[in-house]
Design a protein around this ligand. Structure first.
Ligand code: ADP
Ligand code: ADP
Length: 228
């Protein structure tokens, strides 16, 4: 589903954020990206989303080489990837329903599809009774579930979560992890960058550890593996 071949990223100020990173993520994988601050996790996520361009190397998504795709093709690439952030990034003046519907409006889905799909997805994330609430009226865990609903409502094959439990207590974090795992079980490839040692150690999924821009370790059923 995603292939990186010797990817390097050097920022304008000369920092090498990634160096010679090669990685193969298959359809249906669940992968944790771990590593200390500055290891290159966010840069990796930004390259996948085409928020930044590689300095050298190749990125293949869904069998297509997207390394040098034209700017006007980027929206089509992003439709393949739902994204969830630590800080939720919901629209404060829209209800739960409207936040999720908005993701479908952007891709010009029909009103009919929106009316059927949004309640269905909200029931998957357990928020059927909160459709008319505004983000400020929800707990952190509920807000993150709205952002997951928004990320998956258009059925992307890939879900990227950047520190999705970073602002949540352990109980809400586990609710989010159960949800991500159940989305993964239905066939979506899930990539999650995290600092949450307990979650990584208990979930026993594939772990890719980055350090100073290089892959230190890539293990099936790995653990968090480093201190701090
Ligand atoms: P992580 O997400 O693992 O904390 P990052 O990808 O954010 O790591 O950072 C990797 C390295 O790249 C760090 O040394 C960081 O300071 C540097 N870096 C990140 N973004 C930029 C940028 N826009 N300009 C210059 N250097 C950057
Ligand atoms: P399963 O795949 O067995 O149905 P779940 O999807 O419920 O498991 O949870 C995924 C993983 O998270 C499992 O390894 C489970 O043991 C762990 N887990 C779920 N809830 C908690 C919790 N509250 N505390 C610690 N671990 C948990």
């Amino acid at each position: 589903m995603i292939k990186l071949e010797r990817v390097s990223k050097k920022y304008k100020n000369g920092t090498y954020a990634l160096q010679g990173v090669s990685l193969n993520i298959k359809k249906g994988d669940f992968v944790f990206f771990v590593g200390p601050s500055g290891a290159g996790k966010s840069t990796l996520v930004k390259l996948l989303l085409k928020e930044e361009n590689v300095t050298s190397g190749k990125i293949i998504v869904d069998k297509k080489d997207v390394t040098h795709i034209h700017n006007r093709r980027i929206p089509f690439l992003r439709r393949k990837m739902g994204v969830v952030f630590q800080d939720f990034r919901l629209l404060p003046n829209k209800t739960v329903y409207e936040n999720v519907a908005f993701a479908m409006e952007i891709i010009e889905a029909s009103h009919r599809d929106i009316r059927s799909q949004v309640p269905m997805i909200l029931s998957i994330v357990g928020l059927s009774d909160k459709q008319k609430s505004y983000p400020s009226q929800l707990s952190g865990g509920e807000q993150q579930r709205v952002s997951i609903a928004r990320a998956i409502v258009n059925n992307p094959p890939i879900l990227i979560a950047d520190e999705p439990t970073g602002n949540l207590d352990p109980e809400n974090s586990w609710e989010i992890m159960k949800l991500l795992k159940s989305i993964n079980r239905r066939g979506t490839t899930v990539i999650m960058a995290t600092h949450d040692k307990e979650i990584v150690d208990i979930m026993k999924q594939r772990v890719v550890e980055l350090k100073k821009g290089r892959i230190l370790r890539d293990e099936e059923k790995g653990g968090y593996g480093y201190e701090g």
